[in-house]
Design a protein around this ligand. Structure first.
Ligand code: DOR
Ligand code: ZN
Length: 453
């Protein structure tokens, strides 16, 4: 089956009148008795038991029906941190393949970082990403604008022009690199405040990570790898918390990875500083133990840390100290990954595995429920980015951006079955239980597991 029929276009920004969609026997948030959900014109029109039987005449004939038995219904997932590599590295991922990977992972909206080539530092580049994704219609792809021109850390970009462009850029980040110069970060904060846009910081003091390829600890020492100390992240988190306090704009910390970062976030929140943070599925699940094979797939920035870090990150997400999950989906080709560990490019895939990883850590273990998953993978990222239409309650009158999950459907992670172009899958051969079965964007099915084989 080709990708186009597997992921039908949706006519995203201006929803065309579609066939009604009926999702039968599904449990919103995995709670209560199963209900039927009727979607008309991209909006949840009715919810309740026995709707299928009540549908009359033409509508009953025309309706597209999804059998939701055994499935949990969640608001469509939102990922505020991915890398889709277009423009520049279309050999590793494109807006189209990235959108397909996103839909397969249950996402209805993603934010793609600015470290493209050329960098997303002007309205024309942001607009082309947004327009292309809307034409494809498989996922809303929001471009992130860079904070500095060419991500060079020297001159601020025109936030206002990008914010006012057709792409409506609402988040700015030099992710991949840190805005290390404190004066520049201060100016960026002051500028962002006037426009009420979000700054997302890749917290890495570069003077402390020169040549670093792995977490600074016992494993790196044993393997002879140069270490990336926790303080490189934490010193920037602390600095930016203080800048956010004194210059009053929102700062979001990308991929929090250490116990110390959790402590700093706790302090910042106790002071009502407008600091938010995300954590990746890989920093919640994996540790630097994985490095013993020197497999370049496990090189990532920030690096995989130690067991106590993963435990602190899990607890912080449960407590709301860390706000949300973001994948940092970072596709790379074999030529950049199947090489000596030191020469491998940092980054790992995440879009197609994140829901399963989060379900495994938090739901299957009994630590949390599906409401929690909806909060950290949909509602909070939509709130932090002030994204309308996504992360909304599963309720009548709301946009039909929805994800269906079968919590009991064992599967084995296999890079050859990915929608993504890249193969740098850190979970190869691992078994999971939860699987996305359908993703729905404004009432149109953008992914269906049934259509896959
Ligand atoms: O591991 C990473 N890969 N971390 C980043 O911050 C950037 C990303 C990439 O672009 O590959
Ligand atoms: Zn990133």
């Amino acid at each position: 089956m080709t990708n186009t029929s597997q992921f039908p276009a949706t006519g995203a920004t201006h929803p065309v009148p579609q066939r009604p969609l009926l999702i039968s026997n599904v449990r919103p948030y995995g709670e209560g008795d199963p209900v039927d959900v009727l979607v008309r014109d991209g909006v949840i029109a009715e919810m309740g038991p026995g709707l299928a039987e009540k549908l009359a005449g033409d509508e009953a004939q025309q309706a597209e029906v999804i059998d939701g038995a055994g499935n949990v219904l969640l608001p469509g997932l939102v990922d505020m941190h991915v890398h889709l590599r277009e423009p520049g590295r279309e050999d590793t991922e494109t807006i189209e393949t990235g959108s397909q990977a996103a839909a397969k992972g249950g996402f209805t909206a993603v934010f793609t970082m600015a470290n493209t080539n050329p960098a997303t530092d002007q309205p024309v580049i942001a607009e082309s990403i947004w327009a292309k994704a809307q034409r494809i219609g498989t996922c809303d792809v929001h471009p992130v604008g860079s904070i500095t021109k060419g991500l060079e850390g020297k001159t601020l970009t025109e936030f206002g022009m990008m914010a006012r462009s057709d792409a409506k850029v609402r988040m700015f980040s030099d992710d991949g690199k840190c805005v290390a110069d404190p004066q520049l970060m201060r100016r960026a904060l002051e500028y962002a405040k006037g426009l009420d846009v979000l700054l997302a910081q890749h917290a890495e003091e570069p003077r402390l990570t020169d040549g670093a390829v792995a977490h600074e600890g016992e494993t790196a020492a044993k393997l002879g790898l140069t270490g990336w100390p926790r303080v490189a992240e934490e010193s920037i988190v602390a600095r930016d918390a203080l800048l956010a306090r004194d210059y009053g704009n929102r700062v979001h910390i990308c991929h929090a990875s250490t116990t110390g970062t959790v402590e700093l976030l706790k302090w910042a929140k106790s002071q009502d500083i407008p600091l938010t943070a995300e954590v990746t599925p890989h920093h919640l699940l994996l540790t630097d133990d994985k490095l013993h094979t020197y497999d370049g797939v496990f090189r990532v920035n920030p690096p995989l840390r130690e067991e106590h870090d993963t435990q602190a990150l899990r607890q912080a997400l449960l407590d709301g100290v860390i706000d949300c999950v973001a994948t940092d989906h970072a596709p790379h080709g074999a030529e950049d990954k199947c090489v000596e560990f030191e020469n491998a490019k940092p980054g790992m895939l995440g879009l197609e595995s994140s829901l399963a990883v989060i379900a495994e850590i938090f739901v299957a273990s009994g630590l949390a429920d599906w409401r929690f998953v909806a909060r950290v993978m949909s509602e909070r990222p939509a709130e932090i980015t002030r994204l309308p239409g996504h992360g909304r309650p599963v309720a009548v009158g709301e946009p039909a951006n929805l994800t269906l999950v079968d919590p009991n459907s064992p599967w084995t992670s296999d890079a050859t079955r990915l929608a993504s172009k890249a193969r740098n899958n850190p979970y190869e051969g691992e078994e999971f239980n939860a699987q996305v079965t359908h993703t729905i964007l404004r009432g149109a099915v953008t992914y269906s597991r049934e259509a896959e084989d």
